[in-house]
Design a protein around this ligand. Structure first.
Ligand SMILES: [Fe+2]
Ligand SMILES: [Fe+2]
Length: 167
């Protein structure tokens, strides 16, 4: 895992959220093959970098990006697409229980799955988190798939070697 805390300003923005006991539980939930906390940190860090570079509301953006998947209990739905559509609203509800969110932050969390969810982002900051989240998801899925492929290949080689030895 990249050491995101090397940036002192980023560290100071995320510190109050990282200290929250309920938020820390995200470290126990698997998401794209890694922990949901790890995924949220990646999205927060790159959203911070991009929004700061563009002179946007980067503190609000970083906090909302960190909270964009803030829920421990899964959305109760058998349908995968509906689950994907409902989880941003679930994250907004959960995040508002623990933190005071601005309208911009609620919009960032609520629209981070656009166009899978139908309402488009209202703010440029919401577009940034939406795009950063997509890029992070692709990167994380690719790496987790690569790990699984490596494990499967190793297993196949072991089986093959044993078959050859038995002959
Ligand atoms: Fe999400
Ligand atoms: Fe996400």
């Amino acid at each position: 895992m990249k050491n995101y805390f090397i940036d002192k300003e980023f560290e100071s923005i995320i510190e109050p959220i990282m200290k929250n006991k309920e938020f820390q539980k995200l470290d126990t939930v698997t998401h794209h093959g890694i922990s949901r906390l790890h995924h949220s940190l990646r999205v927060a860090y790159f959203s911070y970098k991009v929004s700061k570079k563009l002179h946007l509301e980067y503190k609000e953006t970083t906090e909302a990006a960190l909270l964009h998947d803030f829920f421990v209990d899964e959305v109760d739905d058998e349908n995968v697409l509906l689950k994907l559509r409902r989880h941003p609203e679930h994250a907004v509800e959960n995040a508002t229980k623990h933190f005071n969110l601005t309208d911009r932050q609620k919009d960032i969390i609520r629209t981070h799955m656009f166009p899978i969810t139908f309402t488009p982002p209202k703010y440029i900051e919401s577009w940034i988190v939406d795009i950063v989240d997509d890029c992070s998801a692709v990167y994380e899925r690719y790496h987790s798939l690569r790990k699984e492929m490596r494990a499967a290949t190793t297993f196949m080689f072991i089986v093959l070697i044993n078959i050859i030895r038995m002959r």
